[in-house]
Design a protein around this ligand. Structure first.
Ligand code: NAD
Ligand code: UGA
Length: 477
């Protein structure tokens, strides 16, 4: 079966970019991305490509080439499913906040709802592809829902039939387009040979055959959780060593370089920082922990839980350390926050370490001036669960914590007592430290949680500098 029409349910960070690249590479396939969120679909259809709802380098060009040709964004879910040979489920699967498994298990309500929509609206034979990250054996649920509708006559006169595949996505935000265009691998899990080959043929338009892996459904679902768990574990490992470096006088950059030269370890994913953020690492590990506990594998569950625990500890130790260095109090002090996104080159702030670090400093009464080149004010207000505010008292020592989103680095540092670099945006790497220091209140600090600034230049300009993972002799004050 050759695929001619694709519907993707969910126009988010995965659905939008993934379908844009499929449409770009497969001009003969009509691709429709549907979502219930009208504002999101409107933004995908905005004639001004700088207003797409997802910021990813290169995405505007891809969407610009295909939109209206063979790439469509719509809220009309039912007709798009009915017309599709293949339906991708790319909906959100966040951690459950209440009920059974709260705080660990994935909330599958959106997956179930979209599977039911497919069951109701599909015509003839439809291949259903799990693109969302899902707990092992979710395909069973999807299959059960689809089976209940199977065999019913459809408008096309053909009986409804379904095949279910797992095809997890491995793109990272900020590099989504290049990850999709040149993936390390594409993973297809399933037991229906025809369906597997139909999906492999779609990817075969641009992905070399040897990079298209075929497994059973459960291996595919579990490989996705495992890949994220291994990646996150490397970050917690290097962050744990960053704290030890600070205590002992070693330099974590040198340690990372030295161990990375071991080809069995490798250089990637060894950057220390304020802890991993993003919508998936924590969610997927917690899901793994839940699965392990469910199967009575409590030691395995504890092992993976510790990766998440270390991550939370790294975030809170950085907030504590800032307070300590600023003479034990930040009440009424202005602190410039450089970067709010969870990593550079994205406007996504989900689980960003900036959220908990800023919240801790607000609790301590700090005045935060937040600068991020891509994150907007309403996003920050949602994350900090409070609107931007002016200090509420003329006496700055009686003031409650407050924050404002500012439009430039210059505005952020005006009269600031400290700067905290939380996202590794390019614009923070090459700053005029003499100029910045001249605008701050002395004594002033820079806390570089990403180790990206020119620490020597900042120190020469009269600022005390703390960089993550640099031993005390090297943190310059
Ligand atoms: P997202 O929240 O950005 O997008 C999901 C979209 O699905 C939302 O716009 C929502 O409105 C829509 N939706 C939910 N139910 C719907 C329904 N019944 N009908 C139509 N639309 C519906 O999420 P995301 O970041 O794109 O992640 C999607 C999945 O992909 C998750 O399972 C995630 O774990 C996985 N994933 C994400 C990334 C990433 O980098 N963000 C990478 C790999 C895998
Ligand atoms: C991650 C994985 O890299 C993707 O393969 C996966 O598809 C995706 O999760 C997902 O399932 O959602 P993403 O979260 O977008 O991608 O970005 P990463 O580059 O993995 O970064 C995650 C977090 O770890 C960021 O906060 C980043 O700053 C941090 N990080 C990353 C470090 O602190 N150090 C590093 O060396 C690498």
């Amino acid at each position: 079966m050759s695929i001619r029409t694709i519907c993707c349910i969910g126009a988010g960070y995965v659905g939008g970019p993934t379908m844009a690249v499929i449409a770009d590479r497969c001009p003969g396939i009509q691709v429709t991305v549907v979502d219930l969120n009208q504002a999101r679909i409107d933004a995908w259809n905005d004639p001004d490509l700088s207003k797409l709802p997802v910021y990813e380098p290169g995405l505007d060009a891809v969407v610009g080439r295909c939109r209206g040709r063979n790439l469509h964004f719509s809220t009309a879910v039912e007709p798009a499913i009915a017309a599709a040979d293949m339906v991708f489920l790319s909906v959100n699967t966040p951690t459950k906040t209440k009920g059974v498994g709260a705080g660990q298990a994935s909330d599958l309500r959106w997956i179930e709802a979209s599977a039911r929509q497919v069951a109701a609206c599909a015509q003839g034979h439809t291949i259903v592809v799990e693109k969302s990250t899902l707990p092992v054996r979710t395909a069973e649920t999807v299959q059960a829902i689809l089976s209940a509708a199977q065999g019913n006559g459809t408008g096309s006169g053909q009986p409804k039939t379904f095949a279910v595949l797992s095809n997890p996505e491995f793109l990272a935000e900020g590099t989504a387009v290049s990850d999709l265009e040149n993936p390390d691998r594409v993973l297809i899990g399933g037991d229906d040979e025809g369906a597997i080959e139909a999906l492999a043929e779609v990817y075969g338009h641009w992905v070399p055959e040897q990079r298209i892996l075929r497994t059973n459904l459960w291996s595919s679902e579990l490989s996705k959780l495992t890949a994220n768990a291994f990646l996150a574990q490397r970050i917690s490992s290097i962050n744990s060593i960053s704290a030890l470096c600070e205590a002992t006088g070693a330099d974590v950059q040198e340690v990372a370089k030295a161990i990375g030269f071991d080809s069995r370890i490798g250089h990637k994913f060894l950057k220390p920082g304020p802890g991993f953020g993003g919508s998936c690492f924590q969610k997927d590990i917690l899901n793994l922990v839940y699965l392990c506990s469910h199967y009575g594998l409590h030691e395995v569950a504890d092992y993976w839980q510790s990766v998440v625990n270390l991550n939370g500890w790294q975030q809170s130790r950085i907030a504590r350390l800032v307070v300590q260095r600023l003479f034990g109090t930040v009440t009424g002090k202005t602190i410039a926050i450089f970067g709010f996104a969870f990593k550079a080159d994205t406007n996504d702030t989900r689980e960003s370490p900036a959220i908990s670090i800023c919240a801790d400093l607000l609790d301590e009464g700090a005045r935060l001036t937040i600068y991020d080149p891509k994150v907007n004010e309403s996003q920050i207000a949602g994350d900090l669960a409070t609107g931007a505010s002016k200090p509420d008292s003329k006496d700055q020592l009686l003031t409650e914590g407050s924050w404002s989103k500012v439009a430039s680095i210059e505005e952020a540092v005006k009269n600031a007592d400290a700067i905290i670099v939380l996202t590794e945006w390019q614009c923070f790497k090459d700053l005029d430290w003499q100029h910045i220091a001249g605008n701050m209140r002395r004594p002033a600090w820079v806390f570089d949680a990403r180790s990206v600034i020119d620490a020597q230049a900042a120190n020469t300009a009269g600022l005390s500098v703390w960089s993550v993972g640099k031993g005390t002799q090297q943190n310059i004050s």
